[in-house]
Ligand binder design. Structure first.
Ligand SMILES: Cc1cc2nc3c(=O)[nH]c(=O)nc-3n(C[C@H](O)[C@H](O)[C@H](O)COP(=O)(O)OP(=O)(O)OC[C@H]3O[C@@H](n4cnc5c(N)ncnc54)[C@H](O)[C@@H]3O)c2cc1C
Length: 412
């Protein structure tokens, strides 16, 4: 904790100039190893059945750990695919595009740590993400951030990687989904979790009932807030209050294809809440296509939701870019785009948890020791000794580590 504070003070000058850049990625670089031993299977006398709700990163990680412990489990997934907020598109451009999670926060070694390997170098190619051609836009003024400040920022405050030719989805697929996919029930949208009896009865929207000894819910905090899932009995009041206290912003990603790259590496736009960032999605990829990404959460997303449809959002974005680049955006636009709206996707209902250092303890209550919660929101940046961990809250690794934690609780 102390180290983090000192660093924050030391670099407050550059940080102040850069606060609006990549709020999803604003994390310090000093990390310790994960608080959980990912692939260590805790010796246990538990030999019941576990149902996991949701096949995102948290659900798949929990399943992988149960598989290793030879515990009977099933994953009930609302959609017809796994991955949750980790999805990819391989058809739009000549490089694969991450529609959800994209950056590897902190260090690339996290990819190995999450699968229990101490090797620093992952099997897949990654690159350090350090663009220096970065501009700020407040709606009127468009100014470059001096490259030397960006260099200081990356060198001393902020570190992250990206996949070179692959995606987060490929990583999750290979390391987490494939070993457990045989136990996923797709199109199984859970509407009731009844833990009033000895066994937990989980009912899906179509009325199918599943029974188990324990349930791990990994649905997003947006889905929990929506009360779509009816818990019987109701969750403890303190836990409901904790769920409702979490800031889970609406968010979307827009990718647009252009015939030439008229834009810089990054344009960080001023916004009241969340973030709005244009970025060169092809930056340092093996690509010839010119794809500009827009990552919007919070206030800017709410503004886009006021528009009639996807095309109206694209038109608004083009108009903004044309304003900055004297019409160059419309001239170079090929007419192709992908809009992935996570805020209005019914099985997600938001983007990610606003960065907070500590996950409220009440959020982690396991009612009757029958219902457990996991997911990206259920992680702490700091461990019990105040060391910064690899568990960047709201990230992919937070989701994976929380899945491991939930299984550890069941097995302990
Ligand atoms: C636009 C965007 C950009 C991001 N960028 C990054 C990034 O660069 N780096 C990073 O580390 N993280 C990033 N994140 C965050 C990261 O994607 C998430 O934290 C992580 O993937 C969450 O995993 P999860 O398993 O906790 O939840 P989810 O991925 O939400 O998985 C929950 C699963 O539950 C299913 N489900 C929901 N309701 C039900 C139900 N009733 N019954 C059954 N199943 C249900 C859902 O379909 C889903 O598959 C980003 C997220 C978004 C949206």
């Amino acid at each position: 904790m102390q180290k983090f504070v000192e660093k924050s003070i030391l670099f407050s000058l550059s940080f102040l100039l850069l606060t609006s850049i990549f709020s999803s990625c604003k994390k310090d670089v000093e990390i310790s190893t994960p608080t959980t031993e990912p692939t260590t299977t805790t010796p246990s006398t538990f030999d019941g059945k576990v149902i996991i709700v949701g096949a995102g990163a948290a659900g798949l990680a929990a399943a992988k750990k149960l598989e290793e412990a030879e515990i009977v489990y099933q994953i009930l997934e609302a959609t017809e695919h796994y991955g949750g907020r980790i999805q990819k598109d391989e058809d739009f451009a000549d490089f694969p595009i991450d529609l959800g999670a994209e950056w590897i926060h902190t260090d690339k070694s996290i990819l190995n740590e999450l699968i229990g390997s101490s090797e620093p170098e992952p099997d897949v190619e990654t690159f350090l993400y350090q663009p220096t051609d970065v501009y700020e836009f407040d709606g009127t003024n468009y100014e470059q951030i001096p490259p030397f400040l960006m260099e200081i920022f990356y060198a001393d405050y902020f570190k992250e990687y990206k996949f070179k030719n692959t995606t987060w989805y490929d990583y999750i697929s290979e390391n987490f989904a494939q070993p457990v996919e045989q136990n996923i029930v797709y199109n199984a949208k859970v509407s009731t979790i009844d833990y009033s009896g000895e066994q937990v009865i989980v009912t899906t929207e179509d009325g199918t009932e599943y029974t188990a000894d324990k349930v791990i819910s990994t649905v997003s905090v947006g889905v929990l807030k929506s009360n779509f899932i009816n818990f019987i009995p109701a969750l403890p009041a303190a836990q409901i209050a904790a769920i409702n206290s979490i800031e889970f912003l609406p968010g979307l990603k827009l990718f647009m294809k252009f015939s030439e790259k008229f834009y810089p590496d990054v344009i960080s736009c001023e916004t009241a809440t969340g973030e709005k960032t244009y970025y060169d999605a092809a930056y340092q990829k093996e690509a010839n296509d010119h794809v500009l990404g827009l990552l919007s959460t919070g206030a800017s997303t709410e503004e886009y939701y006021q528009l009639a449809n996807s095309q109206a959002i694209v038109d608004a974005v083009l108009a903004e870019l044309d304003g900055i680049y004297n019409g160059a955006a419309s001239q170079a636009y090929t007419g192709e785009y992908i809009l992935k709206d996570w805020g209005q996707e019914v099985n997600t209902l938001g983007s990610w948890t606003a960065p907070k250092e500590v996950c409220p303890e009440d959020l982690k209550i396991s009612p009757e020791d029958k219902v457990y919660f996991a997911g990206a929101t259920f992680g702490d940046i700091f461990d019990a000794d105040d060391n910064i961990t690899s568990n960047v809250r709201g990230s992919v690794q937070a989701a994976i580590l929380s899945g491991y934690d939930a299984v550890n609780k069941i097995l302990e």
